[in-house]
Design a protein around this ligand. Structure first.
Ligand code: CIR
Length: 262
């Protein structure tokens, strides 16, 4: 059985020319589209270097946030779930992805209306899938997703993370089969008992959105204390440029859908 961070396939979507108009809670300036493209290319190269075959989908000009392909779907070796993103401007991204999922997965389930779930709120752990409630993921969507996951043979549970982040995985990601990386508020909330938690140093909160892929841990560049902490703990850390995606409240996990072929 593959480990939960072992992947051999990924789907990404190239940034649209409209990406600078993507959603953001706080305006830290518009991202530079060539800069987004460079960050995206570095990300694809890092996935490939970690042993993943990456397919790049064409940009969707009508959807500025569509490069964040993790939010409209959830994928596993055993099937995919088309989600219902919580931001109205992103709802159509899910529909656009359906043919791509149908071409790659034997089972494609659809989250029923009216609930909402963003993939950024879904943390896949070895024994359980954790769904975080947020401004984008409501209780109806979360409950319906638990039902979809049961149909795929997955156990799931719903948690309510402390407010202040866009998505659960903005502040809490998986490092290995027993260890999470999280911000201090998430670590202090003890959402997930039984897990060792490495806490990102104060001031480096965006580094909590790390992506474990096979033997590598991808983290955003510019967070040297987190990089040093992870290296000291024995992880193979790869630092990736992510300043432009951060202007759109995004990090590394949301730039791909990843799975391991059976
Ligand atoms: C949004 O607000 O939906 C986008 N600007 C950012 C989405 C980032 N997704 C994620 O962290 N899972």
């Amino acid at each position: 059985m593959a480990k939960v961070f072992e992947f051999d396939r990924a789907l990404v979507r190239r940034p649209a020319r409209t990406a600078s108009m993507g959603l953001r809670a706080v305006d830290r300036g518009s991202p530079d589209v060539p800069g987004l493209e460079r960050e995206h290319a570095a990300y694809v190269a890092a996935l490939e270097a970690a042993g993943v075959a990456v397919e790049v989908l064409p940009p969707l000009e009508g959807f500025p946030d569509s490069l964040f392909i993790e939010d409209p779907a959830l994928v596993f070796a055993e099937g995919a779930v088309v989600l219902r993103p919580g931001a109205p401007s992103r709802a159509g991204e899910a529909k656009a992805l359906v043919p791509d999922l149908q071409a790659r997965f034997g089972t494609v389930l659809t989250l029923p209306a009216p609930g909402m779930v963003d993939g950024g709120d879904v943390l896949v752990l070895p024994e359980v899938v954790v769904i975080g409630l947020s401004a984008r993921t409501d209780t109806t969507g979360a409950a319906d997703l638990v039902g979809c996951l049961e149909r795929l043979g997955r156990r799931a549970r719903v948690v309510r993370p402390p407010a202040g982040v866009l998505h659960l995985k903005t502040a809490c990601t998986l490092l290995d089969e027993t260890t999470l990386l999280a911000t201090r508020p998430i670590a202090d909330a003890h959402l997930l008992s039984g897990w060792a938690v490495l806490t990102v140093p104060e001031g480096e909160e965006p580094a909590a959105n790390a992506l474990r892929v096979n033997g590598h841990v991808l983290i955003p560049a510019g967070f040297p204390k987190t990089a040093a902490m992870l290296r000291a703990a024995g992880y193979e850390v790869v630092e990736l440029p992510a300043e432009e995606v951060r202007k759109l409240d995004a990090g590394l996990t949301c730039l791909s859908l990843r799975w391991k072929t059976a």
